[in-house]
Design a binder for this molecule. Structure first.
Ligand code: SF4
Length: 367
C-alpha cells in the first residue's frame, strides 16, 4: 500500500507550536530562547542511555553539583565517578563518560566538537548520542531517533515492518521530517510527543498536535505500532559467590577486571558465570581459599540485558590471612562502588546496602 506523504514544513509547524506551549521542564534543558550547555546535554544523554528520565534526574543534579564543568569532571578519579554512578547500571557508560571528559579537556580545550562526526570520535558517543548533542546543543539538523521517536514515526506512517528490522526505515522517515529551522527543538519536541502523548500502549490521540498527519491517529490499532518481532528468551547463567567473613565481621571484596561486564566495580569473589550449573567441587576449586564452606539457602537472581543470572552463595569465617582484596564492614559496604547485583548478594546475607553518595558523606562530615 502506498504510504501517505507528510509535508515536513506543516508537520514541523504543528509540532513546534505544541512544543512551545507544552515542553517538559527537564534539569538539563535550557529555558526557551536560551542556548543549551553542551556539557549538560552530553551528561544527560549519556545518563539517559538505557535509563528513564525519572531515574536520571537526581543523578544528573548530583553530578552537576559535584562537577559543574567538564574540566572538573575530568579532574575527578574514575573511582569517584563510578561511585557517584552507583545504581544507574551499565557501568561502561560511566567509564566512557570519564574518558570522554578527559579527551575533551585535554585535546579539545574543554569544548565539545559541534558536529556529529567530531562528537562520534569521542569515547562513549555513538550514532544516537552524537545526533542528539549536535541537534540539541548546537542546533544542527541531525536526525535524532530514540525509542520515543521510533514509536511516533512508526505510527505516523503505520509502518508494518517489525522492530528491530524497521530501524533503518524509521530513521530515513524521521530524517525526511527533520526541518532546517530549529532542529534542536524539533528533536526534543518529537521526544516529548512520544513521552507525553504518543505513549507506548494507549496513545492519547485526542490531544495530539499532529493527528491530522497520522495514519493511525484516533484508531484503536494505534497502540499496536511499532510492530515488534517476537522476543527471544534470555539464556540463564549461573555462578557461586564466596562470602568470606573475618572474626570482626568484615567481609572480603575484590575489584573486577577493568574490561568487560561491571568492569572496575567491586564484588564479592565468585566463580565465573556460565550456562552449565556448578557442582560444589567445581565451585570450591574457584574459591579464594581452602576453608570450611557452608552453603547458604536460596539464590540471588539478577537480569542483565543479554542473560539472566542466578548466584548461589557459600560462606565461611576466617582468621588472619593474606587474601587479596579489601576487607569491609557490612555497614560500610555503601562506601564502595558495588553494582546492584552485589548489593542483592549483601541483602541475601542480611545486610541492606544503601549506596553512600559522596555528596551526602560530605554533608555529614561538615554538619
Ligand atoms: Fe501518536 Fe495518536 Fe499522535 Fe498518531 S495521532 S502520533 S498515534 S498520539
Amino acid at each position: 500500500m502506498a504510504r501517505r506523504p507528510i509535508p515536513p514544513d506543516a508537520f514541523a509547524r504543528a509540532l513546534l507550536g505544541w512544543y512551545d506551549r507544552h515542553r517538559r521542564h527537564l534539569p538539563w534543558r535550557a529555558e526557551r530562547g536560551r542556548r543549551s550547555d553542551p556539557y549538560r546535554v552530553w551528561l544527560s544523554e549519556i545518563m539517559l542511555q538505557q535509563t528513564t528520565v525519572v531515574t536520571v534526574g537526581p543523578y544528573f543534579l548530583r553530578f552537576l553539583e559535584r562537577w559543574p564543568s567538564i574540566d572538573r569532571l575530568a579532574a575527578a578519579s574514575l573511582d569517584e565517578v563510578l561511585q557517584e554512578w552507583q545504581g544507574l547500571g551499565y557501568y561502561a557508560r560511566a567509564r566512557n563518560l570519564h574518558r570522554c571528559a578527559r579527551v575533551v579537556t585535554e585535546e579539545h580545550g574543554g569544548r565539545f566538537p559541534d558536529d556529529e562526526a567530531g562528537l562520534r570520535a569521542l569515547p562513549g558517543i555513538g550514532l544516537y548520542t552524537s545526533a542528539a548533542i549536535a541537534a540539541i546543543a548546537f542546533d544542527r539538523p541531525a536526525t535524532v531517533v530514540d525509542g520515543n521517536v521510533e514509536r511516533v514515526v512508526a505510527r505516523l506512517y503505520a509502518l508494518e515492518t517489525p522492530l528491530p528490522a524497521a530501524k533503518p526505515e524509521l530513521r530515513r522517515l524521521a530524517a525526511d521530517l527533520t526541518p532546517d529551522k530549529r532542529p534542536g527543538d524539533f528533536a526534543q519536541a518529537m521526544m516529548d510527543l512520544g513521552a507525553l502523548i504518543c505513549v507506548p500502549s494507549r496513545p492519547n490521540c485526542a490531544i495530539c498536535p499532529v493527528i491530522s498527519f497520522c495514519a493511525v491517529g484516533g484508531k484503536k490499532k494505534a497502540g499496536d505500532y511499532p510492530r515488534r518481532a517476537p522476543r527471544k528468551t534470555r539464556p540463564l547463567r549461573q555462578g557461586v559467590v564466596f562470602w568470606v567473613e573475618r572474626a570482626d565481621g568484615a567481609v572480603l571484596l575484590r575489584r573486577r577486571a577493568e574490561a568487560g561486564l561491571l568492569g572496575g566495580l567491586m564484588e564479592f569473589p565468585s566463580t565465573p558465570w556460565r550456562e552449565e550449573a556448578w557442582t560444589t567441587d567445581e565451585a570450591l576449586a574457584e574459591a579464594p581459599l581452602k576453608a570450611d564452606w557452608q552453603s547458604v539457602a536460596g539464590l540471588v537472581s539478577h537480569g542483565f540485558t543479554h542473560f539472566e543470572l542466578e548466584l548461589g552463595v557459600l560462606r565461611t569465617k576466617v582468621g588472619r590471612n593474606k587474601l587479596d582484596g579489601v576487607w569491609v564492614r557490612p555497614d560500610e559496604l555503601g562506601r564502595h562502588a558495588l553494582p546492584t547485583l552485589m548489593r542483592r548478594v549483601a541483602a541475601h546475607m542480611g545486610h541492606q546496602v544503601r549506596p553512600e553518595r559522596a555528596a551526602e558523606r560530605r554533608l555529614r562530615e561538615i554538619s
